[in-house]
Design a protein around this ligand. Structure first.
Ligand code: PFF
Length: 538
């Protein structure tokens, strides 16, 4: 039986804005951003962050909205399909492959972290997390996520995380199966306000903490906020290229630009729909949640209770899962605030993970000519296998970390560069602006013509080249020497150190997704060509 693929679409303007904002607002806002800002000395970091927002974040966001809606008019919804419309050359569509590969691979580990959030919310609710020493917290975390040894999936006994994962994974697919407007849009319409409400509860609590421990008068609200926000030696810090890389990377990750998500979401719009203001609104909502909510909660709270030493050196997730449970334990009603915070994280994560699935669904439907049932089943099977891989190789979170590095950081720079060059040079700024302004409620300032054509690609290419020099080849700016970083050493080994097999297998997994996507694109190429001939004839 062939399920009839009836045309999908968003049911309201607010709905699509909330869906894009839902994709953008995620773990990046509440964990990654505060961690990075505190690590790089917030004053200087915020300058690099806002410059990156204006020079690459917003331009690529507008480019994605415009190109997605443009190709959507011709019935193409997947990133490779969209690129087949934008780039006339037969190889063009293969450039769009990254817009499927990236979200699908990221989903495989993001949903695992989403399951941690659900688990923590539940354990706070039933009073199982109530620890007072750092050792207790990190012990619980390591056991829960299985970071001490591999084989979590096949072990019997202490593998509750798998249970949470199964539930969260299934929930994502149930929502996706309901379709764009009844599933994603419906869910985001209540989840987004709900998460902002929960964040405000936590924020009010944090800002009214005063001096939680009178014996430590230095650790009060103002010094907590100061620790996060006081500018340090801005001039000197701005010369650190790593700070720029971190700031630009955070802009991409946070706004969900350069992932192939927005381009797919926008393809379901029509030419009558505004995209310029909608894109800006969704991005502004993300910035509000990131700077005004995320930036005021996590780090100041941790500082007030644990001091600078308690905050320092915590990675992206360390702050959330290893530090905050200690902070909540010291507040009155720890169970309540812990549950609220991790529910907020869970909602933020699920609205993001849903957006990682739609590009894959659109691609399978378009490449194989199948309906939603088949596409959801296929994508479910593929991502379930990938996810089991990530969970099973959980020792030191190696699989997660490797995929996050090569896909979640490296490939998004590549796709972002492809997107901005396609918009500014292949579609052309004039045509791009004309297309963007169809149905637009505001105009893009003219300065952005120059920015999009010259500044954004140059800025991106420089940042990307530096990123590769530092983070792949391990360039030491002081000594001028190169020493491959851990991620590369994991793959090729180092004198006296064998390559890491899990890291190699993770790369093989990414390779399988790449081959699968490329094969499907080439299989679809005759059908797409016919569809395209129809377009060009018009
Ligand atoms: N923007 C999300 C966050 O800040 O957590 C992360 C994300 C969403 C990454 C969607 C990738 C993606 F396709």
């Amino acid at each position: 039986m062939q399920s009839s693929p009836k045309p999908e679409g968003w049911s309201s303007r607010l709905g699509v804005i909330l869906a894009v904002a839902g994709s953008a607002v995620g773990l990046g806002n509440f964990l990654r951003f505060p961690g990075l800002a505190a690590q790089y000395g917030s004053g200087a970091f915020m300058i690099a962050y806002f410059i990156s927002l204006v020079l690459i974040g917003i331009p690529i966001c507008w480019a994605e909205w415009t190109m997605g809606r443009y190709a959507g008019q011709y019935g193409f919804r997947s990133s490779p399909g969209i690129f087949s419309v934008l780039i006339k050359h037969p190889m063009g569509k293969y450039l769009g492959a990254l817009g499927v590969i990236i979200p699908v691979c990221i989903y495989m580990y993001y949903v695992y972290i989403e399951a941690w959030c659900a688990g923590y919310a539940w354990y706070f609710l039933i009073g199982k997390i109530n620890f007072t020493t750092p050792d207790q917290v990190s012990d619980f975390f390591q056991k829960f996520v299985g970071s001490t040894q591999d084989g979590l999936v096949v072990q019997r006994g202490s593998n509750q995380v798998v249970l949470f994962l199964v539930i969260v994974f299934a929930l994502n697919f149930v929502i996706i199966y309901r379709g764009l407007s009844k599933g994603i849009e419906f869910f985001c319409k209540w989840a987004m306000p709900a998460l902002i409400f929960l964040a405000i509860i936590i924020l009010l609590r944090v800002l009214t903490l005063g001096t939680p421990d009178p014996a430590k008068p230095d650790q009060n609200v103002l010094s907590g906020l100061g620790f996060m926000w006081n500018p340090g030696q801005v001039g000197k810090e701005l010369l650190n290229p790593q700070l720029w890389l971190a700031a630009a990377g955070q802009i991409f990750f946070s706004l969900s630009v350069g992932f192939g998500v927005i381009i797919t979401y926008a393809s379901y719009l029509t030419r009558k729909d505004d995209i310029v203001l909608s894109g800006l609104t969704a991005s502004s909502a993300n910035e509000f949640c990131e700077v005004a909510l995320g930036g005021l909660i996590t780090v100041p709270a941790a500082f007030m209770f644990l001091g600078a030493a308690g905050v320092a050196g915590q990675g992206t997730f360390g702050l959330g899962f290893n530090v905050l449970p200690l902070v909540f334990a010291k507040m009155p009603f720890p169970g309540f605030f812990g549950t609220v915070f991790f529910t907020l994280l869970f909602l933020a994560a699920i609205t993001s993970s849903l957006s990682m699935l739609q590009p894959g669904i659109a691609f399978l439907e378009e490449a194989l000519g199948v309906g939603r049932k088949v596409s959801v089943t296929l994508l479910g099977a593929l991502t379930a296998l990938g996810c089991l891989f990530v969970v099973n190789f959980s020792k030191d979170l190696k699989a997660l970390d490797t995929i996050d590095f090569w896909v979640g950081t490296f490939l998004i720079f590549v796709l972002a560069t492809i997107l901005i060059i396609t918009f500014g040079w292949i579609m052309g700024v004039d045509k791009g602006f004309e297309e963007a302004h169809q149905g637009a409620h505001i105009r893009i300032p003219n300065a952005f013509r120059f920015i999009i054509k010259w500044v954004s690609p140059a800025f991106l290419l420089i940042i990307f080249a530096l990123w590769v020099l530092f983070n792949v080849f391990g360039w030491n700016i002081d000594t001028g020497q190169f020493q491959p970083t851990g991620y590369v050493a994991d793959l090729i080994g180092q004198p006296g150190k064998e390559p890491n097999q899990v890291a190699r297998l993770s790369l093989a997994l990414i390779g399988i997704v790449v081959v699968f996507t490329v094969v499907l694109i080439s299989a679809a190429s005759t059908r797409w060509k016919k569809k395209l001939t129809g377009i060009k004839a018009n």
